[in-house]
Design a protein around this ligand. Structure first.
Ligand SMILES: Nc1ncnc2c1ncn2[C@@H]1O[C@H](COP(=O)(O)OP(=O)(O)O)[C@@H](O)[C@H]1O
Ligand SMILES: CC(=O)OP(=O)(O)O
Ligand SMILES: [Mg+2]
Length: 418
């Protein structure tokens, strides 16, 4: 019987679940995904070594936990999808948890650690609540299987004190755990390892500016293998705008937007408390607020359908370039590459072209032909799109894979093989 590890990645617009063999490195058996959770029609997509299928769902799954239950049911019980194993073969489930508070490494879930994670849920209610619901489902439906939580924030535990500290009353900051945490760290760990390998350098000698641009978007400055700054903060709202998130704004703006800012939003539940301000800035802003769509593929086009589509594109390019300039200075101009990753960073040649052009004064040159071909080889995570690199920094695309990173880390560092 094969022994299998399942990796679950609940993002803001999709839930991805990949089943791997328990090998080092793990090898994917089935990759399944429900996408379009914030922008129906929703689709169910899966691929095995021999088959690939995409279906439009007949009814909408209302939330990431519902999407996960659907994925589990299709992958574990639908004989068409899951041909090579049975539920008993699953020995371990890895979960992507966006906010891990002070945790600096992955942990095994038991009653105590689950409760500790519930206590920090309010720091990122829109991400952590659904992820914890998914863990609860797994513990209920597959009680014999180990659950391991991997944290997006853990990669950034190296942030220097002056970067992670907000200039507010430090007693209040300490008591309420108010600091910059940073996210997308599972993705940054995958990208760092893959790019270092591609460049033939040790990770601790690799310095990069990495852009993870998906429904949630962030930038990270990596110096000698360590995160020294990143654009998200206490929550994933800070920094770049995203599909439904405003990114950085003047914090006072929301009180001029609505007089109800601090009252509970109607979408709060008994378990999940979100203010109207959080609801507006996290769920009704970004591309959705500007254009009505959360699908960046409709925005990043040669001839945008409306002025606001064009504006949304220009805003993203402007904000990304601002962080690239900032981090270039923090790295003293000493870096090996800038890296594009995430659904948009990997798929939009137009966005890469515009950012590279805006940042060309820093020595980043992109080759138009290679850029429009993009990342073509599914089996090679890194694609070089640099023009005339010489000894200067490279422009790379990395097909990031958070599910793989969690499975890889779990097999390499935790005793799941016992
Ligand atoms: N060809 C494309 N051009 C531009 N954006 C794209 C393209 N294909 C997909 N996207 C965008 O990628 C985003 C999803 O990225 P992803 O990293 O998978 O998100 P998440 O993990 O946060 O759910 C969506 O906004 C989608 O519209
Ligand atoms: C942290 C974050 O924003 O994650 P995602 O992009 O998957 O929503
Ligand atoms: Mg994501």
């Amino acid at each position: 019987m094969p022994r299998i590890i399942l990796s679950v990645n609940a993002g803001s617009s999709s839930v991805k679940a990949t089943f791997y063999t328990l090998d080092n490195p793990p090898s994917a058996i089935i990759e399944a995904q429900v996408s379009g959770i914030t922008a129906p029609p929703q689709t169910f997509k899966y691929s095995t070594k021999s088959d690939q299928k995409k279906e439009k769902l007949k009814y909408n799954l209302g939330s990431p936990p519902e999407a996960f239950k659907y994925l589990l049911q299709r992958c574990l019980t639908d004989p068409v999808v899951f041909v090579s194993a049975s539920p008993e073969d699953v020995v371990c489930i890895c979960h992507r948890i966006v906010h891990g508070g002070d945790y600096t490494n992955a942990i095994e879930i038991n009653d105590e650690t689950y409760h500790q994670l519930e206590e920090i849920e309010d720091l990122a209610p829109l991400h952590n609540f659904p992820a914890l619901e998914i863990i609860r489902t797994c513990r209920q439906e597959l009680p014999l299987v180990k659950n391991i939580a991997h944290f997006d924030s853990a990669f950034h535990h190296s942030l220097p004190k002056h970067v992670r500290t907000y200039p507010i009353d430090q007693e209040v900051a300490r008591r309420n755990k108010l600091r910059k945490y940073g996210f997308h760290g599972i993705s940054y760990a995958f990208i760092l390892r893959s790019v270092a390998q591609f460049l033939g350098k040790p990770q601790d000698k690799t310095s990069l500016i990495v852009m993870h641009i998906g429904s949630g978007a962030s930038v990270c400055a990596i110096k000698d293998g360590k995160s020294i700054d990143t654009s998200m903060g206490l929550t994933p709202l800070a920094g770049l705008p995203g599909a439904t998130r405003s990114g950085d704004i003047d914090p006072s703006l929301v009180f001029h937007y609505t007089s109800e800012a601090s009252s509970l939003s109607p979408s709060s539940t008994k378990e999940m408390h979100i203010s109207t301000a959080e609801e507006i800035l996290n769920k009704k802003s970004g591309w959705k607020g500007l254009t009505g769509t959360t699908d960046f593929a409709q925005i990043a086009v040669e001839n945008p359908p409306t002025e606001n589509h064009k504006l949304a594109f220009d805003i993203l390019v402007d904000r990304i370039s601002g962080f690239v300039g900032n981090y270039f200075v923090k790295l003293h101009g000493q870096l090996d590459a800038i890296v594009f990753a995430g659904g948009i960073g990997e798929k939009s040649a137009l966005l890469r072209q515009a950012v590279a052009q805006q940042c060309s004064c820093l020595g980043f040159n992109i080759e138009a032909g290679k850029n429009s071909d993009g990342a073509v080889d599914e089996n090679t995570p890194v694609t070089d799109v640099t023009r005339d690199a010489g000894n200067g920094p490279r422009v790379l695309i990395c097909q990031t894979n958070e599910q793989f990173e969690m499975a890889y880390h779990t097999i390499a560092h935790m005793k799941v093989l016992d």
